[in-house]
Design a protein around this ligand. Structure first.
Ligand code: HEM
Length: 387
């Protein structure tokens, strides 16, 4: 289950808590029930977020050297920060992603997606296959993020490669050669971020003005580029794929009997791009009646929590608006709850509104395939064609 937490295992029978060893023999306490996942997320003092960005495959000295050569550091900043500095850093980032700023991007995004959908519809009409990941979803979140937060002037492809390399380096089971290659890729872009952090405007300037160190500025930009935009393009792809198998939902969208916002929430519940998220027990504690030793790695199975029958009426079915649909934990909860939730929701709503009709009458030529990863689903492609 540990590295394919979205696969068949998510619907199997599980105890509320399960100790699962990973590929290097480290035990993790996997939490499967919604109420227990929520309890952990709500208490960052007992269950600290410090291990959020720890590499699940320990980095060998050679890879650490490569990273050190690029002066790579990820100090406690946002998701991995249980220190007193977290609220102030979070407040600056939240300001940049304020709902009013997010809403202001909607017309621009709608125009862009509409243009792309028209082009893709023409290709489908001509009998050609189209890749809804590469040609529609992959770069949209990055393009929007760049309008909200000033980013280094780097080609979209380079940022995407870096972000995917980081998700693999820190969350995938890997051999040493691969770790070295990924460390070089991540390190290279980290240097770009470090240069930008000292001089860049927008969020970088706001963090500097608030007195935060260059390491914090780099850490915040790193996390936004990795977890902020990549997750959303993953989600858009997974949601569109899911909708190909949900004709009744698409019909409801067409007639207006199904609300787009409800489709997005049901998508987050059933197809979350972040399937697990980690915490570490800060002290000896008890969870669901089980003793947990200080230092235990706790893996919160967000994808499974979204299918808890105690919360959702029909856990395995895609029924927008059903009871419990919105109570998913795809964005986490509590002090570290996702700051980009509004942005991700807006982007998904635009894409569903504009692109759902593209899926009528298509067949899936190549479904999204995701490599093994503890936390992130990283679809590689999603190809459809008419007929
Ligand atoms: C569908 C897309 C997304 C999903 C499923 C998602 C999910 C998550 C999750 C599970 C967490 C950890 C929450 C916790 O520890 O309780 C998180 C944190 C975070 N997310 Fe997202 N996220 C998404 C998109 C975004 C976007 C678009 C941005 C910004 C551009 C963003 C920025 C952040 C930040 C800054 C944090 C750290 C918050 C903190 O520690 O205070 N996320 N996200």
């Amino acid at each position: 289950m540990l590295f394919r937490g979205w696969g068949e295992s998510v619907d199997e029978r599980w105890p509320d808590l399960a100790v699962v060893a990973d590929h290097v023999g480290v035990d993790h306490l996997v939490v499967t029930r919604h109420a227990l996942v929520r309890q952990v997320l709500a208490d960052p003092v007992t269950w600290r977020p410090d291990n959020a960005l720890d590499a699940v495959t320990p980095l060998p000295v050679a890879a650490l050297r490569v990273l050190a050569g690029h002066r790579f550091r990820l100090p406690p900043t946002l998701a991995n920060n249980s220190s007193a500095s977290h609220p102030a850093i979070r407040a600056v980032v939240a300001e940049a992603l304020h709902p009013s700023r997010v809403a202001a991007q909607q017309p621009w995004l709608t125009g862009l997606v509409r243009q792309r959908v028209a082009r893709l519809a023409a290709a489908l009409d001509a009998g050609e296959p189209v890749d809804l990941y590469a040609d529609l979803a992959a770069d949209l979140p990055l393009l929007v993020l760049a309008r909200l937060v000033e980013l280094p002037d780097a080609p979209v492809g380079a940022v995407k490669d870096f972000a995917r390399a980081a998700l693999e380096l820190f969350w995938a089971p890997l051999d040493t050669d691969r770790q070295l290659a990924l460390a070089a890729e991540v390190g290279r872009f980290h240097t770009v971020l470090r240069d930008f952090a000292g001089t860049g405007g927008g969020l970088a300037a706001a963090l500097r003005a608030d007195g935060h160190s260059p390491d914090v500025v780099v850490g915040a930009l790193f996390f936004l580029l990795v977890a902020g935009q990549e997750t959303t393009s993953q989600f858009l792809t997974l949601l569109l794929h899911r909708l190909t198998a949900e004709p009744a939902v698409r019909a409801g969208l067409r007639t207006g009997s199904v609300a787009v916002a409800d489709v997005v929430e049901e998508g987050l519940r059933l197809e979350p791009p972040i399937v697990t998220w980690r915490r570490v027990a800060a002290v000896d504690a008890t969870l669901g009646g089980t003793a947990v030793a200080a230092g235990t790695s706790v893996v919160l199975w967000l994808a499974r929590a979204g299918r808890d029958p105690e919360v959702v009426a029909a856990p395995g079915r895609f029924l927008p608006g059903q009871r419990g649909s919105r109570r998913h934990l795809a964005f986490g909860a509590g002090a570290h709850r996702c700051v980009g939730a509004q942005l991700a929701r807006m982007e998904a709503a635009v894409v569903v509104t504009e692109a759902a009709a593209l899926l009528d009458g298509v067949r899936v030529v190549r479904p999204p395939w995701c490599p093994d990863n503890l936390t992130f689903r990283m679809p590689d492609t999603f190809v459809v064609r008419r007929g």
